[in-house]
Design a protein around this ligand. Structure first.
Ligand code: XMP
Length: 524
């Protein structure tokens, strides 16, 4: 990952397993599995050079899976000097086929894609498969397969359809598996990754959030000169609050936070910012009431990207005005996370931009701030852990993620006061009912969406033509893919009847049942 615009997570270069991204659907999952095992891991473009890899404290390399065939003319490859670095490499699926082809094996097209569960017979338990049973269920998703072993490789597992489901060159410490150890459908998959990290790469497993906090504070202290001031935009969410707290611990009152109430916030969003950050942590927080200003700018705008652009630009204007009044500031702090960076820019040349997230790369260079992003290398669950260590209460750390442009992306069509208010009230009901059912912490996000579609309903004796509210409750590991949550019918019924009873001018409630992909989580 390119960290030149932001902070590195850890100035002392943690030992890491680098995942070369060949367009894998599960690339982030591989990283998260290693991090959960205590080994820092990041997804990097497959085009990374060995020179750049050597700047890191690399203990192991993963060649990820990917949608390509090694036979296609534009099959993504890698810098071959990486093979000379001498650290262990594990190729997964496409990564295995690349390695096999590289070392003279024969890979063939099967013509059909093997997709789903396959029984794996393990024939060697020395390193990659330590403490893995002889027979396990694994998850496959591939079109090509190895027909002849590359020279100096041996087979260590087979499946019914593939004699070479796992291969090894022990001397060169090169490994390849046809299946996906990172997905939960593979029995013992995490143990296999653990074996790679500890048995083969000899990692120490020191990646933890406690030490991260200390090194991050030290790094911030070193980066921010003695007189320099930092300006931090709080959104009310856990990411920007944690960013601000880390910086506050490093430089105290040289940090000024700004909280812009753009009128598109969740219920009670700004109260806790004042209560906790300002009052309990004694941070310098300015609250700007910009509700009218944002709504005016959004009048008549229906295109989602246009809305995002307007909100982003208006934010920058408010920042610039306030920083001019309060400054001078040399730094702007942001709570950008790792998946935001990857989804906006794309790790590999193959991933394309889906929507612009205004908090990533949205600041024009002429704004004149240097960017401070201490969470840029982290996943959400890691940030929540840090927040909790720093003393941010559970109700905040466990609050669902919320997009920077706020309810504007959940109000389809023109953003009006009425629709924003329906969206906010209905979302609050969804939250309350999920908490009562003890399901809030088990889903990734839950909210209401409102557009201009209307439907008839009856109130008392009168027929009314009110709004349709759509509920979206989704389950996800990292927001890159997501499934709609199969909530119990009686819960959906309670949510629906509370919304139609308690939120004025709503007659119908529907439930969003699209997964990501092909849908995205937010409707816009
Ligand atoms: P999508 O809708 O792209 O959302 O599947 C993935 C995750 O990102 C959040 N999201 C945003 N966050 N600015 C943000 O800061 C945005 O413009 C934005 N759009 C989506 C979304 O809530 C989900 O968690």
């Amino acid at each position: 990952m390119n960290s030149t615009t932001g902070d590195r997570a850890n100035g002392s270069k943690p030992e890491e397993i680098v995942v070369l991204d060949f367009g894998a659907q599960y690339g982030h999952l591989i990283c998260r599995r290693f991090r959960a095992l205590g080994v820092f891991s990041e997804l990097v473009p497959n085009t990374i050079t060995s020179e750049d890899l050597l700047k890191k404290n690399v203990k192991g390399i993963i060649f990820s899976g990917g949608p390509s065939s090694v036979f296609s003319s534009d099959a993504p490859s890698f810098d071959h000097a990486i093979l000379e670095i001498g650290v262990p490499i594990l190729g997964i699926c496409y990564g295995l086929q690349l390695l096999a082809k590289e070392f003279g094996g024969q890979v063939s097209r099967t013509g059909t894609r093997e997709y789903g569960k396959a029984t794996l017979h393990i024939t060697d338990h020395k390193d990659l498969f330590v403490k893995i049973p002889d027979k396990i269920t694994s998850w496959m998703s591939h079109g090509d397969k190895i027909e002849r072993l590359p020279s100096e490789f041996e087979t260590i597992a087979s499946s019914d359809s593939s004699a070479y489901a796992a291969i090894r060159n022990k001397e060169k410490r090169l490994y390849g598996v046809q299946f996906h150890p990172e997905v939960t459908h593979t029995e013992g998959g995490t143990k296999i990754l653990e074996n790679f990290a500890f048995e083969i790469c000899k990692c120490k497993g020191a990646w933890q959030m406690g030490p991260f906090i200390e090194t991050s504070i030290e790094t911030i202290k070193k980066r921010i000169g003695g007189e320099e001031q930092v300006f931090c935009a709080l959104s009310g969410g856990v990411d920007s609050s944690t960013t601000a707290l880390l910086i506050h611990k490093a430089i105290g009152d040289r940090l000024t936070c700004i909280f812009v109430d753009h009128g598109l916030l969740r219920e009670g969003e700004n109260e806790w910012v004042v209560k906790i950050l300002k009052d309990s942590f004694d941070m310098k927080v300015i609250i700007v009431d910009a509700r009218v200003r944002f709504l005016d700018k959004l009048k008549g705008i229906i295109d989602p990207e246009h809305k995002r652009k307007i909100i982003g630009e208006e934010f920058i204007k408010v920042f610039t005005e306030k920083s001019g009044e309060m400054g001078p500031f040399s730094w702007l702090a942001q709570g950008t996370l790792y998946p935001d960076v990857v989804e906006s820019a794309g790790t590999s040349g193959t991933s394309s931009k889906i929507k612009s997230h205004h908090n990533v790369g949205g600041l024009p260079s002429e704004i004149g701030f240097k960017l401070l992003e201490p969470l840029r290398d982290l996943y959400k669950d890691e940030v929540r852990e840090i927040a909790s260590i720093l003393g941010i209460p559970d109700e905040i750390t466990k609050r669902h993620p919320f997009p920077g442009p706020g309810l504007a992306v959940r109000v389809i069509g023109e953003v009006t006061n009425e629709k924003v208010s329906i969206c906010r009230k209905a979302s609050e009901i969804v939250d309350q009912e999920l908490k009562k059912a003890d399901l809030y912490d088990h889903v990734w996000q839950a909210f209401a969406i409102v557009g201009d579609d209307r439907a008839t309903g009856v109130q008392g004796d009168e027929g009314i033509y009110g709004h349709i509210v759509t509920i979206r409750v989704i389950e996800s590991d990292d927001a890159m893919t997501a499934n709609w949550s199969k909530l119990p019918y009686d819960l959906l019924e309670r949510i629906s009847s509370r919304i139609t009873n308690e939120v004025p001018d709503v007659t119908w409630v529907t439930y969003g049942v699209s997964n990501k992909p092909p849908a995205t989580i937010e409707p816009q």
